[in-house]
Design a binder for this molecule. Sequence first.
Ligand SMILES: CCCCCCCCCC/C=C\CCCCCCC/C=C/C(=O)SCCNC(=O)CCNC(=O)[C@H](O)C(C)(C)COP(=O)(O)OP(=O)(O)OC[C@H]1O[C@@H](n2cnc3c(N)ncnc32)[C@H](O)[C@@H]1OP(=O)(O)O
Ligand SMILES: Cc1cc2nc3c(=O)[nH]c(=O)nc-3n(C[C@H](O)[C@H](O)[C@H](O)COP(=O)(O)OP(=O)(O)OC[C@H]3O[C@@H](n4cnc5c(N)ncnc54)[C@H](O)[C@@H]3O)c2cc1C
Length: 631
Amino acid sequence: MMIHTNNYILNIKELWDDVPEEYLSHKERYENAIKKAFIVLKVLRQLHTGNIQITDHRTPTNVYSIQDGIFRNVNPLLIHIGLFWSTIAAQASTEQQAEWLQPDSSMIGTYVQTELGHGSFIRGIETTATYDSTTDEFILHTPRLSAYKWWPGGLGNTANACLVMAQLYINGTCHGLHIFLAQIRDFDTHKPLPGIKVGEIGPKMGFNTADNGFLGFDNHRIPRTNMLMKNVQVLRDGTYVKPKHDKLTYGSMLLTRVTLISDLAYQLSKAATIAVRYSAVRRQSPIKSNEPERQILDFVSQQHKLFITIASSHVYRVVGLWMWNSHKRVTADIHEGNMGQLPELHALACCLKAISSRDASALVEQCRLACGGHGYMMASNLPQIYAYTTAAVTYEGEYTVLLLQTARYLVKFWRLAAEHKPLPQNFAYFEDYIKKNFEQWRNSPEGIIEGFKAIVAGKTKAAYDTLQCNLRNGREFEEAWNMASVQLTNASEAYARSLLCEVFWKETVQLSTKVSKSLAIVLEQLAELYLMYWALEKHGDLLLYSTISRNDIEALQSRYEELLALIRPNAVGLVDAFDIRDEVLCSTLGAYDGRVYERMMEEASKSPLNEDVVNESFHKYIRPVTMKNKL
Ligand SMILES: CCCCCCCCCC/C=C\CCCCCCC/C=C/C(=O)SCCNC(=O)CCNC(=O)[C@H](O)C(C)(C)COP(=O)(O)OP(=O)(O)OC[C@H]1O[C@@H](n2cnc3c(N)ncnc32)[C@H](O)[C@@H]1OP(=O)(O)O
Ligand SMILES: Cc1cc2nc3c(=O)[nH]c(=O)nc-3n(C[C@H](O)[C@H](O)[C@H](O)COP(=O)(O)OP(=O)(O)OC[C@H]3O[C@@H](n4cnc5c(N)ncnc54)[C@H](O)[C@@H]3O)c2cc1C
């Protein structure tokens, strides 16, 4: 059957709620979401097997984005689709993949890594997988409460299988973390298998349809062939065959960090669409007292809040794609046995995942604030987008922890520069900074990019000097590192910002040659706005580390304000161009037709508190008190 995915999915009635999900209980929310998840999964399987074919050109992104509207929260199968399958595809041997990656598989899986006691420091994970050569099995075991797995999405009620990260023991020797496939529930009855203690962890700030779960193993046995064996093997006699790089097991985190950048771009585009459209509808107070009230989008301070969100969505879309292509290239190299580019990819993914999630959550919150009181309504959808986005600051590598990973990479190159050793081209600016080869400041995108590089160099130098000073004072390296960690994270943050500015500007300039002149102008305005915004935000750092002057900063401010005025007439068009359907946006404030107040009233009428003219609690609790003296 040929289908148009948009229409097909939008027309499946069971996928769309009559009662807004906020009115459901924790249990009902899950049950509602799981019903929908399996309808969507069926569609995806039909697409995969070719039973239905797509006529529109944007799937699977389309299916992925439509699900945002379907769930208004999180698809409980997100980890099954996004992490379970992709980890098997990347880390299982060809034979394992042939067996496990069947489109009609009974397995519903999840990715089980974090424990009650350890999330960030994964070498501290306590779950063990001990090889028993007499039976050719691994024994999975949870030695104590802190070793209970805690957090995995879909684990609480949905999954019947999982990929477990555990410490591998062979003949008493620990070989570190490895990934194992374990069945945890019966495929038919769905009851936990013997030796498995599994459940759901309870309500959270968001992700409430994702049934995040806990899991403990009591000497649970799985076949030896259930260890993911593409990069590393345990042979029948217990021989351990090492991987070519000892962090290949962390590959799924790397991939998800890369993917997340694009997902966050999409969340930003939703928030921007809601806030900009609302700001075009909402009128509040005149600018000149003798004039009618103005669209709040005409207030320059409102433009300052919103246009950076539009621009940032483009930045993360462009940089997300750039990272995706790098990941593809590096993965192909790894297949050929060349690990050379992995450290760089890891360093970039860490800082970009950290900064994109932090930026996205801050900007979504800014959009909510920009919608005044109405932005606080769940029906605006901004609170849900925020709850979803801010979780990304923590999961898949906590913000600070990831920035400190990138700092290791920066410090290595600074050490080379300080010792006057050869540097790769992309760090040549470290040497310039040491030799004080400072460029004359230019108030242009290229000038700002150079300025940001000077900040990276200056901050890395400061962190490195502190580290050295701590070492000279007799501290051990790890302690000296901890003492310098505020400066180290600052250097990483600056590095991420300089990458974002450089990649976005260069890609925009290139793209501009391929599109119409009028579109090129708008794209360049947005890119310039992004660079100016951050130059002004970081003007203190520019004053410290570059040759910028006070006059230059004043000129930047004027150009920034000019850009706000230039973008204003295109603001609504720019968010319309994100092309997000009303059914996906799920917002009373952001719908295409601009019927904000009508939709708000329609949504309010769905409140169960409006079902009875007089709520029965009046008779039970209020009247006895208020009427007491009059009875
Ligand atoms: C209709 C449906 C359609 C569905 C379509 C699906 C599409 C999917 C799209 C999905 C997109 C977005 C949605 C995503 C939603 C996700 C939902 C949430 C899921 C959440 C899951 C999780 O959170 S899983 C758990 C994640 N946990 C972490 O990230 C833990 C963080 N900690 C670490 O990574 C490590 O502990 C740390 C790296 C911090 C340290 O490791 P350690 O072993 O201690 O390292 P060291 O010994 O200190 O050595 C460091 C050296 O190792 C190098 N290194 C570290 N990591 C890596 C790596 N990954 N790769 C390469 N190298 C690495 C590091 O550079 C050091 O090297 P050096 O030379 O010594 O400096
Ligand atoms: C919504 C959501 C979904 C999730 N889904 C999954 C899943 O599907 N599967 C899974 O396995 N896990 C999942 N997780 C768990 C997630 O990966 C971890 O919570 C995350 O990696 C952070 O680890 P933590 O909770 O141990 O934080 P902690 O490391 O305890 O962080 C607490 C604080 O300590 C600081 N800190 C910790 N270590 C250091 C250090 N070395 N240096 C400086 N500061 C440090 C941090 O910066 C932070 O401020 C999920 C989490 C959330 C919130």
